[in-house]
Design a binder for this molecule. Structure first.
Ligand code: GDP
Ligand code: IMO
Ligand code: MG
Length: 429
């Protein structure tokens, strides 16, 4: 039976949470495999709205949630999120959530360093979420990270903190930021240990059993291909790999387990934070997209930058991300526009490109080449079948498919769980 991996195909906030929640009814386990609480996934179920950052979206459907080794976990943020959703009636217990014992922890000093670095960059700041994501991944790669399992070994934890603080306090002092005291850090972590450790286990073992038993796994990506640390608009990216292959390395399964890859893309495009965005709109059309799409960040509340659908960008995400089919979301936001534009390539210093080149200067200079289409009359909002879509909206979808070189296999027409049109089932063999 096929597993399914969901990844973002633009710069994030494409509606991954909604699609994961919708597909989770057909899955047994939902796994987060990268990113951290920089993610903000909004699920609207009847009169309840869930805003999840670290918790796998499948928990809302009562499915087992797993946080894989590739995720960076802020234990304080995780416990706060568990409390927040509990107040909404969603109980999260060690029976419903398992956490990889080898996952890296985000500590308060990571957020401090994230903030101090952004402040030092001034006008050149990346616009990170300030959650310490980058510094935590740096520590992991530098082999000095504190991991979930270390909470069960006070002596190794103490030794690790010595090395960690030597590094971080030097950096923080250099940036003119307050430093951290070891005793308090150790005390705080050991106080968190009994609340976190009941969730911890070698999740690869559980996933291997799930595979043996023919259970369906849904891998829930965070961020998006254009924020991937290798393939994105570097350095305006996040610090993890967001492509589908990461579902394997980030949870401890083989590459075959990734299964069918569904890329999520909005019918237009948004970005939070700094960095190139060739099809960005600075006029009232951009404003209208933002207002109609309620484009404010879930995590930081920042206004999202808005622009036309960039087919060249999504085509690139399809190729490097390993995307088999696209879920096109927020089609309803395009209702009522007389004219729609689709980015089909770039003009960079007089040269034509069908892809976004890797160089930062080239990316910054990229001027979009647009194709114009007529908009549609009538509404797609809340449509639940292909037959309810205006003919011109179908034309738009067909053009998107041609340009991105991938089929649209799912459509979303409102924030509501059930306002979704399935074209072909990603779980089908
Ligand atoms: P994620 O980070 O990819 O999970 O996306 P976010 O949840 O951050 O942002 C997507 C926003 O769009 C959320 O507020 C969703 O409730 C909303 N949304 C998702 N799908 C649709 C859709 O088809 N139409 C409209 N209007 N809103 C949608
Ligand atoms: P979801 O999962 C949109 C952006 C930040 C910033 C850059 C680096 O909700 O789609 P970081 O804190 O990760 O070091 O910030 O990445 N970013 C996101 N933008 N959606 C997200 O997640 C994002 N996670 C990070 O705005 O530009
Ligand atoms: Mg989001």
């Amino acid at each position: 039976m096929a597993n399914v991996t969901i990844i973002g195909a633009q710069w994030g906030d494409e509606g991954k949470g909604k699609v994961v929640d919708w597909l989770a009814s057909r899955a047994d386990i939902v796994v987060r495999f990268q990113g951290g609480h920089n993610a903000g996934h909004t699920l609207v179920v009847g009169n309840q709205t869930y805003k999840l950052s670290l918790l796998p979206s499948g928990l809302v459907r009562g499915k087992l949630g797993i946080i894989g080794n590739g995720v960076v976990i802020d234990p304080v943020a995780l416990l706060a999120e568990i409390e927040r959703v509990s107040a909404q009636g969603l109980k999260v217990t060690p029976e419903t959530l398992r956490i990889a014992d080898n996952a890296t922890l985000i500590l308060p000093l990571h957020a401090a360093l994230d903030g101090a670095r952004e402040a030092a960059r001034g006008a050149k700041k990346l616009g990170t979420t300030g959650r310490g994501i980058g510094p935590a991944y740096e520590d992991k790669v530098a082999r000095r990270a504190v991991r979930v399992c270390d909470l069960a070994e006070p002596d190794s934890l103490s030794t690790k903190l010595d090395e960690l603080l030597l590094h971080h306090n030097t950096l923080l002092a250099g940036l003119g930021a307050p430093t951290f005291a070891k005793d308090k850090m150790l005390r705080d972590l050991l106080a968190l240990a009994p609340r976190l450790l009941p969730f911890a286990e070698p999740v690869w073992e559980r996933l291997a059993v799930a595979k043996r038993d023919g259970e369906r796994i849904l891998f829930e990506g965070a961020q998006a291909v254009m924020l991937d640390v290798d393939h994105g608009t570097y350095p305006f990216v996040t610090s993890s790999n967001t492509v589908a292959g990461t579902a394997a390395s980030g949870s401890g399964v083989g590459p075959g387990a990734v299964g069918r890859v569904l890329g999520i893309a909005k019918a237009y495009c948004t970005r939070v934070g700094a960095g190139p965005f060739p099809t960005e709109l600075f006029d009232e059309t951009g404003q209208k997209l933002g207002e109609r799409g309620h484009e404010f960040g879930t995590v930081t509340g920042r206004k999202r930058r808005c622009g036309w659908f960039d087919a060249a960008l999504v085509r690139q995400a399809v190729k490097v991300g390993g995307i088999d089919g696209l879920a096109l979301t927020k089609l309803d936001v395009l209702d009522g526009f007389d004219e729609l534009k689709i980015g089909v390539g770039y003009s960079i210093n007089g040269e034509i490109f069908r892809h976004l080149p890797a160089g930062a200067a080239a990316q910054a200079a990229a001027e979009p080449i647009f194709e114009t289409m007529k908009g549609w009359e009538g509404s797609t909002r809340g449509a639940k079948s292909w037959a309810q879509l205006p003919a011109q909206a179908i034309k738009y979808i067909k053009r998107v498919e041609e340009l991105v070189e991938a089929p649209v296999t799912l459509l979303s027409t409102s924030p509501e769980r059930d306002d979704t049109i399935l074209v072909s089932d990603p779980f089908a063999d």
